[in-house]
Design a protein around this ligand. Structure first.
Ligand SMILES: [Fe+2]
Length: 319
């Protein structure tokens, strides 16, 4: 990495430790992938696993249907009521897009480009995984993201996923995404504020810091946390967040009939694996994601983007 990017990152992150941790773990990960480490059995080392899944799906006649499904992006609607939502934000609509894996999902990206101009929303949140692989170059992913992002209305908030490198941050911010790296920012409407916070990846890199992300939020305030993975649902609820928006699981991506996931790639009870859920006083939502990873197929689990509409609990009329 060039000194310029490192310096930009350190300036952006306001310190050296977090940038060094993230970059250090990224380079250890790449070393493992390319055989200098001990983790021979890491999934990314099974170069044949992609072909194995492809062959199995072809043998069962599911491959081509799965390929088509990967581009059948659904628009899902999620209405949520909160006692604590300030009246000024009643009806606030958030467009939520997760798991682009943009460089390996051209079909889904094209569909997204058709859908986006039709949608009406107040702000957009992106919950990570912009890149297809977990290592290597990221230019192709950014190049495929660019025309999609040009169709999304500001403001856009984002967090990094376990497929992303922190080196992408300056480019993502130049595209207009306010990346929340264990940070928060107020959203202001007619003089009232709610807070949008975001943490770095808690699944693989584990450089998430909820305490730091929450530290700038005055109490009491209505607050939303963006996290790539929902695995931190307990920490988020007990930190006082009202809503947790996440992705990562892909809803299983290849599921048994009835959308039953074979794996969620997470340490997570099944009920948090896709769609709306609650935990204690916190509402949550896990997006099945707009893109697919490992192999660009979806079986019994379609890709989605989501419109979350936030209502005050005492509001009688929901749309
Ligand atoms: Fe993902």
């Amino acid at each position: 990495m060039t000194e310029t990017v490192l310096r930009k990152l350190e300036r952006r992150l306001g310190g050296r430790v977090y940038a060094r941790q993230r970059l250090g773990i990224e380079s250890d990960h790449e070393a493992q992938i390319f055989g200098q480490g001990l983790n021979f059995f890491h999934i990314e080392n099974w170069y044949s696993i992609h072909s194995l899944i492809r062959i199995l799906l072809k043998l069962t006649g599911l491959y081509w249907r799965g390929r088509t499904n990967a581009a059948r992006v659904q628009v899902r609607h999620n209405n949520i009521s909160f006692k604590a939502l300030p009246p000024e934000f009643n009806g606030l609509t958030l467009l939520h897009i997760s798991d682009f894996h943009a460089d390996m999902n051209d079909g889904a990206m094209r569909r997204l480009e058709e859908i986006l101009p039709e949608l009406s929303y107040d702000l957009c949140v992106l919950t990570g995984d912009y890149r297809g692989a977990t290592f290597g170059q990221f230019g192709d992913a950014l190049a495929r993201m660019r025309p999609v992002l040009a169709l999304i209305k500001q403001p856009i908030y984002g967090v990094l996923g376990n497929h992303d490198t922190i080196r992408m941050v300056p480019d993502l911010e130049a595209m207009g995404i306010r990346m929340l790296l264990n940070e928060s920012e107020p959203v202001i409407r007619t003089g009232a504020s709610i807070y949008m916070a975001g943490i770095d990846d808690a699944h693989y890199f584990r450089v998430d810091n909820i305490e730091k992300a929450a530290s700038g939020i005055p109490h009491p305030s209505f607050s939303i946390l963006l996290s790539h993975t929902p695995e931190i649902y307990r920490q988020a609820a007990h930190a006082g967040f009202n809503l947790l928006l996440s992705g990562h699981t892909h809803g299983g991506q290849i599921c048994l009939p009835g959308s039953v996931p074979i794996t969620l790639d997470s340490v997570l009870p099944r009920r948090f694996g896709a769609g709306a859920w609650t935990y204690r006083d916190m509402a949550g939502y896990t997006s099945t994601g707009v893109g697919s990873s490992i192999v660009t197929v979806r079986i019994n689990c379609l890709p989605e983007i989501t419109l979350h509409r936030l209502w005050r609990a005492d509001t009688a009329v929901h749309q």
